[in-house]
Design a protein around this ligand. Structure first.
Ligand code: CTP
Length: 485
């Protein structure tokens, strides 16, 4: 599913770069103004490893804004957006976002509210960037045209797959504590190893993440979740103590308690395995969030019963109720996306419950009704939730799921309840009996819905109308309108 993490570093990928139209325009303008200019950061890193990138950043030793306007004119690009606060200017060149900034002496912080805009040299600028692999620059000036400017050994780190800060990590992380999350995010996305001093510094400074906005945190977290193997990132988030700062509910999942020789699995690592399993089958961020949170209420529902052992009764409902609070705290969207996650958590045990008894049409219809369009994602989550080490058991569960999936398809084709629209609406009932809005309408609608889901009547208007009349009569209602079929 998500992009693989394997790559090779090849400096030859920089060959010909300065002849490409966009770079050539920068080179010519730099020559005209006699100003030191460099392509820098993520673009250079991604180009070296052959990863597509639609964001190109340039640093100029001078006025980045005026320079951007001149380059935009050469390229006949559209409007130049100037962010005075950040000292940057940006324009679009086709679908590529091009950004210019003047080299800075102090901390490089593109989203700081109080940026320090002391002019500096390229080296000053590079050393205040987050990681050596992100501080790589390519010269746009005669003399070194097209050459890599790499004072901190970024290309070697990229090749050895190590993430390291150009300066003492304490300085780099105090400049912007979000970089601690970014270290783990890049490590997960590119399958890197965090340099020891860097890892120790994150662990020591984890609390400093508290000054970072929830939006910036969730944006990095979502990138970890969307990685090829998100478990790597979550394991690091837990071990460094960063996870404790913004998702303590998940930290509570760790550990396996034992009583009278009966243990339960470590729900943190189980969750990570489910997440990795889902990642192999879907790139949907919200389905992946469903995996992250599917067992979130297990610690709060955990009981020990001498007969049954460890139980987590109701963790799916309690977990679903926890979802809005977690999303609110992380400033994640509270719209349909949150509702989807909530639904996945609430329903994640239903398919397995189905396989325990005989798989009846009516139970399948109810599941389809409750899951709606999310049924396929729910089934991906449920399959991913089978993490038993016992191969025989695993095979049996998976075979049962296949049976449920077949049944789902059969019932859906027959009864079309996936996006159930009641064949008789509340307006129909009011018009038929000449009554104003009242409780009876809801009661009749529920009887009709249950009859369809139980298979007592087909999902057809005519039969639903007859049932409505019968139910109305029971409530003493008289038909005032002829059936409108
Ligand atoms: N940067 C930094 N500190 C930050 C954010 C960004 O030093 N907190 C620098 C890095 O040099 C980075 C560049 O700004 O390469 C661009 O940042 P950004 O676009 O956020 O990251 P990319 O490295 O381009 O990676 P991605 O596009 O995957 O986010």
């Amino acid at each position: 599913m998500s992009r693989t993490t394997s790559y090779t570093v090849d400096p030859a990928r920089l060959d010909g770069m300065v002849q490409e139209p966009l770079f050539a325009a920068v080179v010519n303008e730099a020559a005209l103004q006699d100003i030191a200019t460099f392509a820098i950061g993520g673009y250079v890193r991604d180009r070296l490893i052959g990863r597509p990138c639609k964001d190109i950043d340039f640093v100029v030793e001078g006025d980045g804004m005026a320079f951007a306007k001149a380059v935009a004119r050469r390229l006949k690009a559209g409007e130049v957006h100037v962010f005075k606060n950040f000292g940057t200017a940006m324009f679009m060149h086709g679908d590529v976002q091009v950004e210019f900034v003047g080299a800075r002496k102090e901390s490089y912080r593109r989203d700081s509210r109080k940026p320090d805009v002391q002019p500096g040299t390229i080296r000053d600028d590079q050393e205040r960037r987050d990681f050596t692999i992100n501080a790589l620059a390519v010269s746009m000036n005669a003399g070194g045209l097209g050459a890599l400017v790499d004072p901190f050994g970024g290309i070697l780190d990229l090749d050895r797959r190590i993430i390291r800060t150009p300066l003492d990590p304490h300085i780099t992380f105090s400049d912007d504590p979000l970089r601690m999350m970014r270290a783990i995010r890049f490590t997960t996305q590119l399958d890197l190893t965090i340099d020891e001093a860097c890892l120790a510094s994150i662990t020591r400074n984890a609390e400093r993440l508290d000054i970072i906005s929830a939006e910036r945190i969730h944006s990095e977290l979502n990138k970890i979740i969307l990685s090829h193997k998100p478990s790597k990132g979550f394991d690091l988030l837990l071990r460094t103590g960063l996870l404790h700062r913004f998702l303590p509910e998940m930290v509570e999942l760790q550990g396996a308690e034992e009583k009278f020789g009966i243990g339960h699995k470590d729900n943190f690592y189980h969750t990570l395995q489910v997440l990795d399993n889902v990642a192999e089958n879907s790139d949907d961020l919200w389905l992946r969030w469903g995996a992250v949170l599917h067992d979130i209420a297990k610690p709060r529902t955990k009981r020990f019963d001498p007969k049954a052992g460890w139980t987590f009764h109701g963790h799916e409902d309690k977990g679903a109720r926890m979802v809005p609070g977690i999303f609110r705290k992380l400033k994640l969207p509270l719209d349909d996306k949150m509702k989807k996650v909530k639904k996945l958590v609430a329903l994640h045990l239903r398919p397995i419950a189905l396989t325990k008894d005989e798989v009846t049409d009516s139970a399948v219809r109810r599941l389809l009704f409750d899951a709606g369009d999310d049924i396929d994602d729910l089934m991906i989550l449920c399959r991913a939730d089978i993490t038993s080490k016992n191969e025989k058991k695993k095979k049996r569960y998976l075979a049962n799921y296949d049976l449920v999936i077949r049944k789902l398809a059969e019932v859906e084709e027959k009864d079309r309840v996936r996006n159930f629209q009641p064949p008789i609406t509340g307006e129909d009932i009011m018009a038929a009996f000449g009554i104003p809005p009242c409780k009876a309408i809801g009661d009749i609608k529920t009887v009709i819905k249950d009859a369809i889901l139980d298979g007592t009547i087909p999902n057809e208007r005519e039969q639903a109308w007859d049932l409505m009349v019968k139910e109305g009569e029971k409530l003493g209602l008289q038909l005032t309108k002829r059936p409108d079929r």
